[in-house]
Design a protein around this ligand. Structure first.
Ligand code: GLA
Length: 730
């Protein structure tokens, strides 16, 4: 996977389909030479970037008068060195001096992918990975900058992170430290990222890259609804199915930044890492600081190719949960059915109808604890609300089990309400700045999870409940962003640090709870999809991707989310109409097929809908269970984008291509529309397929090259599915 040509200074990292090549230049600069489709290591070439003489640029030393620092494609970029692009790091000594100049000290290959202390990581089995450890050192400041590149050949991914090690006797302040930097030569690239808002998460945004600096990121303490810690650089002609695409994703759930800087030659500098906003980490003598890891994926078959790599890797090597490879249950969640207004009787009635419909898991959402009658009280008081649940969670969970359903429960472990017993006892347990406002969002404050004693308290409370009831699922919610982020444990630290420490605390608590209760399926949530990122998905292999359950909105949200994250990780529910967020009506079939494109659930009162809808739901669940394996573990392929068309289409295909499901969603109808041919992707060209509902036969070639005919139906929001099976020629 990693080949080093010491004589010529080449390092070639290769996966099944790509090469990433570094040139070690004059023992000083690790230069970026290439990342893309597999190529051999270049031969003898001292300096591959010789420029004609250019005016008015800084050179590193007079002898090399055609080497301009700001034109060098660097693997990791210095500050204050004559490279005027956004640097990879900024580390100050006590005189605020940022200058760091490194030499290449050593490099080695580790036959594993190491973990990063305290942070969530992807992982590899023995023999699957190699890691390049490249140590740069500043001998004046006694600092090592260690670049890590893990290569997992089989999954076609390269993973980068960085460590700063203080070998000296003076202290430093890390102001900025990127997980990865990359310089790319001009190719008229496009920048693709996911932007949004609450209930409108992850909308695709694609821009032509123009000169200047473009940043996306978060300073909200969570990765956020607004931007996801993912972006891709696309060749100018690349699209869903063709062309080179470079995808980047940060395994971190707090403040992040992604930068694309385009200079006067239209060359790019990419940076991805923790957001430097108010970040200032005191690096003591002897200490190390590690960045989160950044996943890098190259595809020469467009965005779909990139997504397939992310999906497979994340399904198999992101989470360690035992649920990683288990089929996900069809659930019902009472939130949109009852909100806070429920009692045991009402819940049991919903559960009974759910069982009859074929549902497997009943989830009790917000409102079951403390004095919680609305969203103003009781977060932190994790003991049952006796008015609503007189027999307690333990007995109630048994009642649900008697119906032959498993039981799941909602928690918001990171929060505290001002109106709570916990706040009365510990008014200083929330994040706050002394003498300043305690800014609330959704009437709640954020617990200071930087502090171990607070994490211990929450851990004990939650684990007592989990140990005394039959609980097989937890929805871990987080309904507000961070502000006024001070901790009495770290009175002198800026908000950026506290938000980072907070994230470490959350990860530690998640690690403890998920490893103590390995059989529980954890689903992450942050007011819907405000923290859907690989950091959380490492602990919780499923996420509630949006509070918006409107099927039309969901087409966009699920389509865009699937650029990085596989359908099995997306909680997707059928809810009532008119939809509670958009007021829109769509029929049960449309809502059902959209939600069946993820981990299916229901979020409505089954006792207040029509008999026809109940029947439709039963049929949907039979359909979903029949096809669940291919939906949750098959390859997912996007065919038509809701961002560009009046129709949306996608497919699920088994790994062996023997079976495929095609979902087609027509949005607003027009009169007198002709049928359309939709070219399918990913099937076996040399086989024949039978569409199971019509019995019609097709060659793989016909479906791929001519297409499959979809007829127009006289209806807005019309969903259809088609099921293809390879014909057994024997
Ligand atoms: C958040 C979640 C919802 C629901 C409510 C409960 O908004 O995203 O699904 O759990 O909290 O308060």
């Amino acid at each position: 996977m990693i080949k080093i040509d010491k004589n010529e200074g080449w390092i070639n990292l290769s996966t099944t389909n790509c090469s990433y090549i570094i040139k070690l230049f004059r023992n000083q600069y690790p230069l970026h030479f290439y990342w893309g489709k597999k190529i051999p290591t270049p031969g003898k070439r001292e300096f591959p970037y010789m420029e004609p003489t250019r005016g008015n640029l800084v050179i590193p030393e007079p002898a090399n008068d055609k080497i301009y620092i700001e034109l060098l494609p660097l693997e990791y970029a210095y500050q204050s060195s004559g490279d005027y692009r956004p640097s990879s790091f900024n580390i100050l000594d006590k005189h605020n001096n940022p200058v760091i100049e490194t030499k290449i000290k050593e490099y080695s290959i580790l036959n594993e992918k190491p973990n990063i202390p305290g942070l969530p990581c992807t992982w590899a089995k023995e023999g699957e990975a190699q890691t390049l450890k490249l140590v740069l050192t500043d001998s004046i400041k006694n600092l090592d900058i260690i670049l890590y590149y893990a290569v997992i050949e089989k999954y076609d991914v390269i993973i980068r992170w960085c460590e700063i090690k203080n070998n000296g006797t003076q202290e430093f302040y890390i102001k900025r430290l990127m997980s990865l930097s990359m310089d790319m030569l001009n190719n008229n690239y496009q920048f693709l990222f996911l932007e949004g808002a609450w209930a409108r998460e992850r909308q695709i945004c694609k821009e032509i890259i123009k000169p200047g600096l473009k940043q996306i990121g978060s300073i909200r303490g969570i990765s956020s609804h607004q931007f996801n810690p993912f972006f891709a650089i696309l060749d100018k002609n690349a699209d869903e199915h063709k062309g080179s695409v470079y995808g980047f994703n940060l395994v971190y759930s707090g403040n992040f930044i992604a930068e694309v800087d385009c200079n006067y030659d239209k060359n790019l500098r990419l940076n991805l890492g923790i957001n430097p906003w108010e970040f200032s980490w005191n690096l003591k003598p002897g200490a190390s600081f590690y960045t989160p890891e950044g996943i890098m994926v190259y595809s020469d078959t467009g965005l779909n190719g990139m997504s397939r790599i992310f999906h497979r890797f994340y399904r198999e090597r992101l989470s360690k949960s035992t649920w990683r490879q288990k089929m996900r249950p069809v659930l019902i969640n009472n939130w949109e059915a009852t909100y806070f207004n429920f009692n045991e009787d009402k819940l049991l009635k919903i559960a009974e109808s759910a069982k009859q419909a074929g549902i497997e898991l009943f989830v009790l959402d917000d409102g079951w604890f403390g004095e919680r009658e609305n969203d103003k009280t009781s977060l932190g008081d994790w003991f049952e609300n006796k008015r609503k649940l007189p027999s307690g969670i333990g007995l109630f969970s048994k009642e649900i089990e008697k119906l032959d359903l498993s039981f799941g429960l909602w928690f918001e472990p990171e929060m505290i309400s001002k109106e709570s017993k916990l706040y009365k006892e510990h008014p200083d347990w929330c994040l706050h700045l002394p003498q300043r406002l305690r800014g609330e969002g959704r009437n709640q404050l954020v617990l200071d999870l930087c502090r171990k004693e607070i994490r211990d308290y929450i851990f004990k409370l939650i684990s007592d409940i989990l140990s005394n009831a039959s609980i097989s699922y937890i929805k871990w919610d987080m309904n507000r962003t961070l502000s006024h982020a001070g901790s009495i444990a770290y009175p002198d630290e800026p908000q950026g640090n506290i938000m980072y420490r907070y994230m470490l605390g959350v990860y530690e608590l998640m690690f403890r709870l998920t490893s103590h209760f390995p059989d529980i399926l954890f689903e992450g949530c942050a007011a819907g999809g405000g923290r859907m990122d690989p950091g959380i998905l490492h602990y919780m292999p499923q996420f509630w991707i949006s509070d918006n359950t409107d099927a039309l909105s969901r087409l966009k949200i699920q389509y865009a989310t699937s650029l990085v994250y596989p359908p099995i990780m997306m909680g997707a529910h059928v809810s009532d109409v008119p939809n509670h967020e958009t007021g829109r009506y769509t029929d049960m079939e449309f809502r059902g097929l959209v939600a069946s494109s993820g981990s299916l659930g229901y979020e409505l009162d089954l006792n207040s809908i029509s008999v026809i809808d109940i029947k439709n739901i039963r049929d949907q669940i039979v359909f979903y269970k029949k096809h669940r394996k291919i939906i949750q573990f098959g390859n997912f392929i996007r065919l038509l984008s809701p961002f560009e068309n009046n129709t949306t289409a996608w497919m699920f295909i088994t790994q062996d291509k023997k079976e495929a499901l095609l979902f087609h969603f027509a949005l607003l109808n027009e009169a007198n529309l002709p049928p359309s041919l939709l070219k399918l992707i990913g099937l076996d060209e040399d086989s024949f397929y039978v569409e199971q509902r019509t019995g019609l036969n097709f060659s793989g070639k016909e479906l791929i090259h001519r297409g499959f005919l979809i007829t127009n139906k006289k209806q807005d929001f019309k969903a259809q599915y088609f099921h293809f099976k390879k014909k057994n020629l024997n």
